[in-house]
Design a protein around this ligand. Structure first.
Ligand SMILES: Nc1nc2c(ncn2[C@@H]2O[C@H](COP(=O)(O)OP(=O)(O)O)[C@@H](O)[C@H]2O)c(=O)[nH]1
Ligand SMILES: [Mg+2]
Length: 422
């Protein structure tokens, strides 16, 4: 699962990346701080309580729940689990800043587009304070609005995809003529597969294009129809959510107005303050505050045993005061919404021992695997290891104790034992 942070320069992409991955990247107040794409891991909580809340009691004797795990009794091989909040990893890409004309290679346009093509979804970071123009230069008077930023991003991606489709379209479509719709789907799939597009994206796009120009032969489709085809493919390939960033610099009422504009477009949107969250993540590392992953920028406790200076405490209290007026703020929440709602992912726990929910090394629920909803027991086997997928015989749902077949669909929080030929 790979999510790209995109947007014009200077909106806070690198700050958001840094806060989400706790990896220090260069942050500076000028365009193009991010020279190469920064790739990192962000941890997000699974929306349902970890299954370790229901571990069969006879297993509990064998585990040693540590106090600081607040009840959680699993032993994650990666990530962690506290208070039954299990964290799963998401690959995050801090994509090169986008400037107008990127589709023609302007700015770091080509870099932008190639970074983009490997992403499953995008979070567009926009500047709620409207303090910079589309190129990312400071300008209080001609600053772009979040909706302008969004339309411009969509347009650049659509123009880029249209360009790719136009190249050789009429010849390709003519050649596909005798093969009917099937051949047309294959043609479009071949054109977009290098960008990560699938047959499903191609089919969705073609459906819309045919409705746009009913009766016309595909090889005669004009630029408008190909643009429509591109737009539908883009929407299918890159679901987009918006981080209404720099919310700390804007009145809450203004934020609500701006959010409403995205709601009307059907684009998921949350207010964020990447800068506040980055400050909090540093304060947490320094032991000044306590909070949990996903708590957002207004929810933290100042650690009374730390030796925080008065200045530090006043900075932290300022963040709290500013952000508590902004409902539902938080980068992790937004990322979580993208992964679990927009991309409909589920989490499944594979185990080797169906009675004790452990692996061969006696670790309880060691793995939490992200899969697209609708995935089957066999899909899980392949996600764990190709040998397990190829040798798949059957599986057991360790919660019900029932045997299930390879094509059985899995549900959120299932615990599954796979039997395979070795
Ligand atoms: N006030 C405020 N400033 C921010 C926020 N996020 C980023 N910034 C500032 O905006 C500038 C550009 O941030 P950066 O992350 O480098 O932007 P990028 O070009 O999109 O990667 C820096 O000065 C940041 O400190 C935020 O949430 N609030
Ligand atoms: Mg940057």
């Amino acid at each position: 699962m790979r999510v790209g942070l995109v947007g014009k320069p200077n909106v806070g992409k690198s700050t958001a990346f840094s806060s989400l991955t706790s990896t220090l990247v260069e942050i500076a107040d000028y365009p193009f701080t991010t020279i190469e794409p920064n790739i990192g891991i962000a941890w997000i909580p699974v929306p349902e309580p970890c299954r370790c809340a229901d571990v069969p009691t006879r297993t509990l004797k064998n585990t040693d729940p540590q106090e600081n795990h607040q009840g959680s009794s699993c032993n994650p091989r990666t990530g962690s689990c506290e208070n039954f909040r299990r964290l799963v990893p998401i690959t995050l890409v801090d994509v090169a800043g986008l400037v107008p004309g990127a589709n023609e290679g302007r700015g770091r346009g080509n870099q932008f587009l190639s970074d983009l093509s490997r992403c499953d979804a995008l979070i567009q970071v926009v500047d709620a304070s409207e303090s910079t123009d589309l190129e990312g230069n400071h300008s209080e008077s001609t600053g772009s609005t979040p909706i302008e930023e969004h339309n411009f991003l969509i347009e650049e991606i659509d123009l880029w995809l249209t360009g790719i489709l136009i190249q050789g379209w009429s010849r390709g479509a003519r050649r596909a003529q005798s093969g009917g719709e099937r051949a047309l789907v294959d043609l479009v799939t071949s054109l977009i597969s290098g960008l990560g597009g699938t047959e499903r994206d191609a089919t969705i796009g073609l459906q819309a294009a045919m409705e746009a120009e009913p009766g016309a032969q595909p090889w005669d489709w004009g630029k408008g129809t190909l643009r429509k085809l591109a737009a539908e493919i883009r929407a299918s390939m890159f679901p987009i959510a918006v981080a209404m960033n720099k919310a700390d610099r804007v009145e809450p009422a203004t934020i609500r107005t701006l959010m409403g504009q995205f709601e009307r477009l059907g684009v998921p949107c949350k207010p964020t303050s990447a800068e506040a969250e980055l400050t909090l993540s540093k304060a947490r590392k320094a032991g000044l505050i306590e909070n949990s992953v996903g708590d957002g920028p207004a929810k933290f406790d100042i650690n009374s045993h730390s030796n925080a200076s008065d200045t530090q405490i006043s900075v932290l209290e300022k963040i709290r005061a500013r952000m508590s007026g902004v409902d539902g703020a938080g980068l992790v929440d937004l990322l979580s919404e993208v992964v679990f709602s927009r991309l409909s992912q589920i989490v499944v726990y594979p185990v080797a021992d169906e009675g004790r929910w452990t692996d061969a090394e006696n670790r309880t629920l060691p793995d939490a695997i992200l899969l697209p909803s609708g995935s089957t027991a066999r899909d899980l086997a392949f996600a764990v290891h190709s040998d397990l997928g190829n040798g798949f015989i059957r599986a057991t749902n360790a919660i019900s104790g029932r045997s299930i077949r390879g094509d059985s669909e899995l549900s959120m929080s299932d615990v599954i034992r796979i039997y395979a030929k070795s």
